[in-house]
Design a protein around this ligand. Structure first.
Ligand code: SAH
Length: 461
């Protein structure tokens, strides 16, 4: 560690900035927003900076700095002129007077650097890479920023208000620590993130009434993992995954998404095994309840969106029956992900005014669908789970009146590095399939929008 991070209260003395350009302006803003009294010296001062100083009540001298005449009791000094020699002379003056100094563009010449800062009321996150690259620090700051819920400050205030009461009410250190962990990572915090403050207070009071019982109260997050590209996870999905104790997942969740799960989290696979036997749905439902009842934060991670051909509804129904608290996080469904990555807009003013998601799963050897209802001009059809039944689907669509030359696309492993897109038409796709050896998961899109793929393709280009 080249620099020690301190959070410094700037309310005693005056902070001196020498320089009047853009960097001086950023420093002035940062210091003043932290409550500092600022004095700035520079022969030239950007008009914007000057009016900012006036508005915020900071003093300034519009003249070249004379180091021999400077006071020696500044709280800190920022050397922000565009003259390297002057900056070094300022650093020298500060060193002689034992005032901490920051030298712009030359971190090694000074004592401290300005971190990239995330501010959410009482919460402050400061990022530095020891002055190597402010751009990189800002980038990291943005990523952390995106990860912290915008309402995090509300949580910070909320727990701050209860801190003393909890200390008195739960004297045992261990129980209190677990209690706080469960509050901050559990339903109370989630209620605050959702803007439901009253619910958060109610949950908190009932937790405080019986902390030991509360500590054993788990919950379930039913999360859509999207179609494969891990960057298609939502921020919420990512955040909740980081606090899981156990994750139940299946075949469709890509390895790249699984890599986002912290290593200490317990993983339970509930997909199909080598003999193609899946864990029965009832067993999965029960497993969710059992894990939550052990006091765990359980993530049920599903490919795409949990409510689109995902049986998410059944799992949630069981949780409702057993009164296990839960949240549902939608994901990008395969139709959205695959169509976007194949350059096929599912609707388009000139080609399709509606879109229908259909299951192509075979039931006793046939696809049990209302074919006549599916076919209408200006509609895009998206078949999930239709790879095996693709010949039947094409044949039936033609039988029920769809033009045989209607465009179709088969998208294999959409949004992943292995994505393949086969574009054809209703009559020819079957023979194409025979030579292409397409495997699961694959999505079948039918409709005139498919012809746009040639022009709009970008991911496979
Ligand atoms: N809940 C999921 C769908 C589950 S059904 C969702 O919203 O996407 C499983 C079917 O989804 C697969 O048979 C396939 O048709 C489709 N699918 C899921 N991921 C896919 C992907 N990356 N590429 C192509 N098809 C996919």
């Amino acid at each position: 560690m080249q620099y020690f991070p301190l959070f410094h209260r700037l309310n005693k003395g005056v902070c001196l900035i020498i320089g009047g350009g853009h960097v001086a302006q950023r420093r002035a803003r940062a210091l003043i927003s932290a409550g500092a009294t600022v004095h700035l010296i520079s022969k030239q001062i950007l008009p914007k900076l000057e009016s900012f100083l006036i508005d915020s009540g900071a003093s300034f001298d519009k003249q070249a700095v004379d180091l021999t005449k400077l006071a020696n009791d500044y709280e800190l000094v920022v050397a922000a002129t565009n003259d390297k020699a002057v900056n070094l002379a300022i650093a020298n003056y500060a060193n002689l007077n034992r005032i901490p100094v920051n030298v712009v563009d030359d971190p090694a010449a000074g004592d401290f650097i300005f971190p990239a800062v995330i501010e959410r009321a009482s919460l402050t996150v400061a990022v530095s890479n020891s002055g190597n690259s402010p751009v990189l620090s800002r980038l990291l700051k943005q990523q952390i920023d995106a990860y912290i819920p915008s309402t995090f400050a509300a949580l910070s205030d909320f727990v701050g208000n209860y801190r003393q009461r909890v200390k008195v009410s739960i004297p045992e250190d261990n129980i209190r620590k677990t209690f706080w962990e469960n509050i901050i990572q559990g339903g109370v915090a989630e209620a605050i993130y959702m803007g439901k403050e009253q619910r958060a207070h109610d949950l908190f009071e009932s937790a405080l009434a019986d902390p030991e019982k509360f500590n054993l109260q788990g919950e379930v997050y039913l999360i859509g993992a999207g179609p494969g590209d891990p960057e298609l996870l939502t921020l919420k999905a990512f955040r909740l995954l980081q606090k899981a104790d156990v994750v139940l997942y299946d075949r469709l969740v890509s390895a790249a998404v699984m890599a986002f799960i912290p290593p200490e989290v317990e993983l339970i696979y509930v997909g199909k095994n080598r003999d193609n036997h899946a864990v029965p749905q009832d067993d999965i439902n029960q497993l969710l309840v059992d894990q939550a009842r052990k006091g765990k934060r359980v993530v049920r991670l599903k490919g795409g969106d949990p409510f689109i051909f995902g049986r998410g509804g059944e799992e949630i129904q069981t949780l409702v029956d057993f009164q296990v608290p839960f949240q549902i996080v939608p994901g990008i469904t395969a139709a959205s992900g695959c169509s976007a990555y194949a350059g096929i807009p599912l609707t388009h003013r000139d080609y399709a005014q509606s879109v229908q998601f259909v299951t192509g799963q075979l039931k006793s050897g046939t696809v049990d669908l209302d074919w006549a209802e599916l076919i209408s001009p200006g509609k895009t059809l998206v078949f999930y789970m239709g790879l095996k039944s693709l010949p039947i689907i094409c044949e039936s669509l033609i039988t029920y009146g769809m033009q045989p030359d209607t465009h179709v696309a088969l998208i294999e492993k959409g949004t992943t590095h292995e994505q393949r897109v086969l574009v054809s038409n209703l009559t020819e796709i079957e023979s194409m399939l025979a030579s292409a050896q397409v495997s699961s998961p694959s999505l079948f899109i039918v409709g005139s929008v498919v012809q746009l793929a040639e022009k709009l393709s970008w991911f496979n280009a």
